[in-house]
Design a protein around this ligand. Structure first.
Ligand code: ADP
Length: 449
């Protein structure tokens, strides 16, 4: 081995960074490796927010939430096949995780709503900045402050064990250095999911063959093979989430917050067809049933003003704009008369406070201010729910449900927490809580070695 350390963390997304910082703060020496030339994984692309219940930020806004409600929403969203013990960890640590990030310098003071949530609990920066980039930046700054050894272009290849089955380190391949070993008491896998690997995706869910993906290039799932070689058990790999709103024009994912803040979805015929803030699996399935398998997000200036991210979408050229719905319809080849009627009907539902057509639970604003906007969208592969099996200490289990000593997992590489379908806002919550937990547990374990 060329290097000796207490804990090696594989992957530089939110889970890997949280694990690195937390392992360090619990007394461990840490090396963080990342196979790509850049840090941040998919985490840095996350646009929604961080779900948490019973937080000071919610209280400051008069939002009534409870741990029970967040548990129920998460289980319902996951079709009740989630591992309840992992959900309990997510929910019960969620406030502490928001506080931990805030203490490190994050701004999570704004609280919005994402699909499948009964109340506003998605914590995000005020002013509409992207939550993922912000969180990764804060974690990176904290890792730099702690002088954590970070190595890009370095792939985790194989977990090394002794005869008793205990982890002794990791074989890695550096782009320039080639293969070398890092001797370590514990390895934390935080390698993310495999949504970008359509071959792997389509083998598990043939319906998704040929689908585009919202993910960064590193989301290929080779971390799962590393884990499998070390004897890790897998869970729920067949559950793969399509994000409902990928822009047809630009292949850019349009955050659920656009709908959360008031946009509606209509089809080519200009008609609404779904509760816009239902869970992602249902929204995606509903869009695939429409003409041409696409739909249109429709909103006005009041929605635009409420979310900074929309300026980015406009800058990318994926948004059509007109000063009337009929003109907007012409630009996108949507039936303009029907669209006008649909928006008028929707506005009357907003006034009445109840969506008797599709049961949308939040009706934040009528669409009647200034210009109108349309974005054509279609589902893209977004998140892989399945992965390695872990326990409530983020320890990775083998096929006999025995802990593999010294091997930990956190974030999208793990399965079980989100069941069959992950709620928007629960990924950031997952990676911070389980990353932090994995770092702490691995550091404690290392001290005993
Ligand atoms: P999470 O949201 O769970 O933190 P991300 O997708 O944000 O997951 O981050 C996972 C990171 O792990 C990505 O940057 C990816 O490139 C990296 N990665 C994946 N496999 C390996 C590997 N075998 N070795 C090193 N890094 C890896």
């Amino acid at each position: 081995p060329q290097d000796t350390v207490n804990v090696v963390v594989v992957g530089s997304g939110g889970a890997g960074f949280s694990a690195s910082v937390s392992a360090h703060d619990n007394g461990a020496t840490v090396i963080l490796i990342e196979k790509e030339p850049v840090i941040g994984g998919n985490a840095k692309l996350a646009a929604g927010g961080m779900n948490a219940a019973w937080t000071d930020q919610q209280k400051a806004k008069g939002i009534e939430d409870s741990l029970e409600l967040m548990t129920e929403d998460t289980m319902k969203g996951g079709r009740y096949i989630n591992d309840p013990a992992l959900v309990d960890v997510l929910v019960s640590h969620s406030k502490a995780s928001v506080d931990w990030m805030t203490a490190m310098g994050a701004d999570l003071s704004d609280v919005g709503r994402m699909g499948g949530a009964s109340v506003n609990r998605t914590h995000r920066p005020s002013g509409g900045a992207g939550v993922g980039a912000h969180i990764v930046q804060v974690l990176y700054d904290n890792a730099v402050k702690r002088d954590i050894d970070m190595r890009m272009n370095t792939r985790g290849v194989e977990i090394l064990k002794d005869d008793s089955g205990k982890v002794t380190g990791l074989l890695v391949k550096g782009m320039y250095k080639g293969y070398y070993w890092i001797k370590a008491d514990a390895v934390i896998l935080a390698t993310g999911g495999f949504a970008k690997n359509n071959e792997r995706v389509a083998k598990l869910d043939p319906k998704l063959k040929g689908f585009v993906s919202t993910n960064q290039p590193g989301a290929t799932g080779d971390g799962l093979d590393v884990a499998a070689n070390a004897g890790a058990a897998m869970q729920d790999l067949q559950y793969i989430q399509a994000h409902p709103t990928l822009s047809v024009k630009g292949g850019v994912m349009v955050t659920e917050a656009v709908r959360g803040n008031g946009a509606i979805l209509v089809n080519r015929e200009g008609k609404r067809f779904v509760n816009e803030i239902t869970t992602r699996d249902k929204a995606a399935a509903a869009i695939l049933e429409q003409t041409g398998k696409t739909a249109f997000l429709i909103f006005d200036d009041s929605v635009r003003k409420s979310l900074k991210k929309i300026e980015k979408y406009i800058g990318l050229g994926i948004v059509s704009t007109a000063d009337s719905l009929v003109k907007l319809g012409k630009l996108e080849n949507i039936d303009g008369k029907a669209l006008t009627e649909t928006v008028a009907r929707y506005n009357s539902l907003v006034t009445s406070g109840k969506d008797t057509d599709f049961g949308r639970p939040n009706l934040p604003r009528a669409l009647n201010e200034g210009n109108y906007y349309a974005v054509e969208v279609t589902p893209g592969v977004h998140h892989t729910m399945g992965g390695v099996k872990i326990d409530t200490k983020a320890e990775i289990l083998d096929a006999k449900k025995q802990v593999i000593p010294g091997l930990y997992g956190a974030g999208e590489v793990t399965g079980g927490l989100h069941g069959a379908n992950r709620l928007g806002g629960n990924a950031i919550s997952d990676i911070i809580t389980f990353g932090r937990l994995a770092g702490e547990e691995a550091a404690k374990y290392s001290k005993k070695q």
